[in-house]
Structures are given as C-alpha cells and as structure tokens.
Design a protein around this ligand. Structure first.
Ligand code: ATP
Ligand code: MG
Length: 577
C-alpha cells in the first residue's frame, strides 16, 4: 500500500471526522484490544511500546503515536515501554534520546521501562547466525544498486543473486568479518533467503545486516554489523514480550515479514508457547502548512532556516511548547482527530482551535500594545494615576483580578485609530466615543502628525462619570480598546508567528525543493511593544491572553531587562473565515 497524498482529503472540521468514526464508540485498536482481553489472549496481558528512532526531536505526529501507545496501556491496565530504535549509529545522538524523554513526559505520559534496540544486538546477531546455519541467510557482495536492480517489480519476479547459494561456512566466516572492521561499508550485506518471486517486495531476500563503521552512541565500537529495521523491530517486540505493536500505515507492507521473523524466532523458543506480538497500523498525522519528516525538519535546523528544533514555528513538541501550546491542548486535538485506516491531511486550524479553547479557560488577561501610538487624555489631571481593576479571566472567577494603572498619557494600537474612518469603524476616530477597557469612555478630539504625515499623538477627552461602577458606566458605545499607561508600562519584544510554509501540503510538491515553500513572513518581530507592569513577574513559558490580540507566552529567552513574548495563536481564526 502506498501513501497517496496527491489529492488529500483535508479534514477541517471536527464534525467531518467525528462522523467517520463515532467518537462515543471505541477506535478500531481499542476494539481489537478489548476482543483480545475478552478472548483471554496473552493471559490478559496488554503491553505496548513507543519506538522512536533517536535521530531527531519528536513532532506532533509522534504525539499521535504516543497517545495511542501509552493510552492503550493506561486504559487497559497494561504496560507501555519506551524503546529507542537505535540501529543506525550514523544518525543517532544522545541529545535526541534526552529530548524524546523530556517531550513524552511533558505530554503527560511515563513509561514503565526504557529499552534500546541496541540492548538486543547480541540476541539479534545470534538469531542471524541461526538463520545462516539453517540455510536461510547469505552474504551478498553485490552493490546496493545491483541488489536493487535485481529485485524486480511487483509484477515481475526478481533475479537470484550469484551469492545466494554460498556455502554456510563461508557465510558464517564473512558475517563474522562484517563485524570486525575488516569489511568496508557497503562491500557486503547479509540477506534473508526467502523468495525472489514473492508478490510482497519485502520478501525478495531482504537485507538484514549491513556494515557501519561509525561509532554507536551506546555500544561504541563494539559492533560494525548492524541489523536493519525489519530485522530488529519485531524481534525487539518479541524479546520484550510486547502484545500489541502499534504503528503507522506505511508498515502494513512490512507486516508479513514481521510475522515471518517472529515465526522463525519462535521455533528457537518453544518455551514461549502461544505468545506472539501482533502489529496493528493506524493513519499517520499529516498537518497542513507544515511537514512531519524528521529528516526534513533536521535540514531546516542545519541550514539555519529556523532557530533550532524548538523554534516556535516547528511542528516539534519542543517547538509547540515554546510557542505556548499546552500538553492538554495537544492531547485533546489528537483525541478529536481520532485513529483510522486511511491517510488524510488535517487542517492545522483544528490544532489552533484546540489551543485557543484551552487557553481561553486558563490564560490570564493582560494588556499589551504591540504597535503603540500615544493617546493623551487632555482633560485628565497631569500627574494623577488611578488603579483600575482588571478581571484576570472572565471564564474563571477563581483567578481573581489585578490592578492596571491609568494616567493622562496612554498607548493604544496604531491600527485602532483612523483620522478619516468609514462608518463601520467603531474604534478611535475624531468625534467618536470609545470605551477604554477597565477604565473610562473617551471621545477623540483630534491628532497630531509628523512631517511624514505619520500619526504622532492622538487626543481625547474622558468622561469622569463613566468609570466602572459610576452612573454613566453602562452608556452604550460600540468599541472597546485596550491600552497601557505610558509611565506605567514596560517595553517588550513580541514575536508574531505564522505558518512555516506558504502552501498547504509542501511534502507533496516534488518538483521543487521543499525549502522554497517556506513562508517568508512566518516570523515578524515587534521590538517596540509596551505591556502592563503586571508582566514583569511573568515566568518563562507562562501564558497570557493579550486582550483583543491573541494568546502569548513568555519565551525562555525573556529576562526582566528584556521581556520577550511569543504569539501562540491569534484570538480568532481569521484565515479560514
Ligand atoms: P519521521 O518520518 O518523522 O522520521 P519516523 O516514522 O521515522 O518519523 P520514528 O521515530 O521511527 O519516526 O517513529 C516512532 C513512532 O512514531 C513510530 O511508531 C511511527 O509510526 C510513529 N509516527 C511517526 N510519525 C508519525 C505521524 N506523523 N503520525 C503518527 N505517528 C507517527
Ligand atoms: Mg522510522
């Protein structure tokens, strides 16, 4: 089965998805697990694993797998282990191992044990030797290109390698040499002798061992012969006694080989009785305007096109965390999109919706003016300040309130003023009344411009009877603006993020390099913002709602001398409406 995203169905509403898969009923994997439990399979034992290759940081696609693997174990009283699939030392690093652990915990899951495929290098080697001894594997000295050419096509059988019938002893001697460093990389491989005419291409004498001289992050230089994925994954499941080996749809075609090697392994372990791990596959998560390939994400990091794996524009869990996403919002999103057996492309607006919903309930409301222009309340006494009460979260009374200082000189957003405004402009324009949030109703009386015709100052008069609680405070005015006091606000840098790619499905555009589709406006830095003093106490990663603007969090680079905020998401989904 091939993934075909050329004409993807874009899932952009939860209703679409929910109707495909009635959310009240079990997903198909839960149904399988429940049936296995009812049938008493594996003595009622449920064991899963999450098996990342430590060759990059986890992305939100991995979160979908994590929620499944750990979720099934949690739900059915089972065990989920973390297993690093570390069979390719050239790409794997300890940094990735550490980040993977951090991200899984952040998402809210914990493993029973940590395993490494490299723990089984000895057992896998012994199994390979057994295959050689029983005439089921041979050393091929042809180049990988030749081997690929001889594979044939799904409709045409392949060609036997001239080395296929090499004597056992010779195979054994060469296999040992593959591991001593005497054999250069690429000079020979070990292949399973199965069936060069099989309709399943993976059965056409798959390569199961290759030579790599690069030291391994755990086993150092002990091994030079490394097992391939298909010769490590199922076996690792078997050694660990996994019951349900859950993965994504691209592994459907690998499943017969998975089962075959387990069958073979079982012949050497009669003591294991009926036990065998079974592989099940669900659809990968693909999101619009981004991509999920670790290899490509690594390229962006290496080329300096983003600021590291945790750049807030990245679909990595560390990027989303830095961006201000909460683990709950990610888990809710995964739960909403569900698990099916066909590929789809999910609208990133659904993810944004999930975080918006979550932060609406949790984020403290504060005032921040991103692109400030001065507003002078001409009839307000000079030198006077008032402390206005600002409700922290109208959705949650228990969050209380804080004070915000009001004075004669304020900042408002430049875009909230128009000298000559159309009828429907309910913000600041000469002659019109607007409410200043948590403070007074003011009437604009004019503005001053500089030589370049740019607005320098705006003037307004306030009505002292309109402060909240005052007789006139309920007077109807159409617009409410946010503001900060010039003398009581602090400067801040605000980073406005947008989609990383400018097209919906950059992974599918094969005729151009994917980097050409990067959105040039994915980061806009506003260095002149002003925020209320309350934010001096903000802690790294703490999130806020900047009233009328969006949800923001404190970037880890932020200091009390230089506050830096990241926009998680705007208040409303303006793009899709
Ligand atoms: P990538 O292509 O991004 O490198 P991968 O499949 O090579 O991903 P692994 O580290 O091997 O990454 O993946 C660990 C687990 O996460 C596997 O079980 C894999 O099926 C699952 N997984 C990876 N990407 C996704 C995705 N986009 N959606 C759901 N599950 C995923
Ligand atoms: Mg992989």
């Amino acid at each position: 089965m091939q993934l075909n995203l050329a004409n993807p169905i874009i899932m952009s509403s939860v209703e679409n998805i929910a109707s495909e898969e009635n959310k009240k009923s079990l997903n198909f994997i839960e149904a399988i697990v429940e049936k296995d439990l009812a049938d008493g399979k594996n003595g009622g034992r449920i064991q899963t694993r999450f098996p990342p290759e430590p060759n990059g940081y986890l992305h939100i696609g991995h979160a979908k797998a994590i929620c499944m693997d750990f979720g099934i174990a949690q739900q059915y009283g089972g065990v989920c282990n973390l297993r690093f699939d570390d069979t390719n030392p050239t790409k794997e690093e300890v940094e990735y191992v550490d980040s993977i652990m951090e991200d899984i915990r952040w998402l809210g899951f914990d493993w029973e044990n940590v395993y490494y495929a490299s723990d089984y290098f000895r057992q896998l080697w012994d199994f390979a030797v057994q295959l050689i001894e029983t005439g089921q594997a041979y050393i091929d000295e042809q180049s990988s290109e030749t081997i690929a050419q001889q594979k044939g096509t799904p409709t045409q059988p392949g060609i036997h390698s001239p080395y296929r019938d090499r004597p056992r002893e010779e195979n054994l001697t060469l296999f040992k040499k593959m591991n001593t460093g005497e054999i250069p990389e690429g000079a020979m491989v070990l292949r399973a002798k199965i069936d060069m005419a099989s309709p399943n291409m993976h059965f056409r004498d798959p390569v199961i061992y290759r030579v790599i001289h690069h030291p391994h992050h755990r086993t150092g230089t002990q091994w030079k012969a490394y097992p391939m994925y298909d010769f490590a994954h199922g076996q690792s499941d078997y050694f660990e006694r996994v019951t349900h080996s859950i993965c994504t749809l691209e592994f459907v075609v690998h499943r017969p080989l998975y089962d075959r090697f387990i069958d073979e392994l079982k012949t050497f372990h009669p003591e294991d009785g009926d036990y065998r791990p079974k592989q099940y596959e669900f659809n990968r998560l693909n999101l619009t305007y981004t991509m999920m390939s670790k290899r490509k994400l690594l390229q962006l990091v290496r080329d300096g096109l983003v600021n590291g794996w945790d750049d807030p524009r990245m679909p990595t869990l560390s990027g989303l965390r830095r961006r201000g996403y909460t683990p709950e919002s990610i888990r809710k999103f995964i739960d909403k999109i569900g698990y099916t057996k066909f590929e789809a492309l999910i609208d990133v607006a659904l993810l944004e919706h999930a975080v918006r919903e979550e932060l609406n309930l949790r984020a403290k409301r504060v005032s921040a003016v991103i692109d400030p222009v001065k507003l002078i309340i001409t009839n307000y006494p000079e030198g006077q300040t008032e402390k206005m009460e600002a409700i922290n979260n109208p959705e949650d009374e228990t969050m209380g309130s804080h004070e915000i200082a009001f004075s004669r000189e304020l900042y408002i957003e430049r875009e909230d003023f128009m000298e000559e405004a159309p009828k429907k402009f309910f913000r600041m324009t000469p002659g019109q009344e607007v409410r200043l949030k948590n403070a007074y109703i003011v009437r604009c009386i004019g503005c001053k411009k500089d030589a370049e015709d740019r607005i320098e100052e705006i003037y307004a008069e306030y009505d002292p009877q309109t402060r909240s609680g005052m007789p006139e405070s309920n007077r109807k005015v159409k617009g409410t603006l946010h503001w900060v006091s010039v003398g009581h606000s602090i400067p801040a840098e605000v980073r406005l993020y947008d989609r990383l790619f400018s097209i919906e499905n950059p992974a599918e555009e094969k005729d151009r390099d994917f980097r050409e589709w990067l959105n040039p406006d994915s980061l806009i830095v506003k260095t002149g913002a002003r925020v209320e003093q309350e934010l001096l106490q903000a802690k790294p990663l703490e999130y806020f709602q900047f009233q009328r603007t969006g949800y923001f969090n404190v970037d880890p680079d932020s200091t009390t001398d230089k506050l830096i905020f990241n926009r998680t998401v705007s208040l409303k989904d303006s793009k899709n409406k």
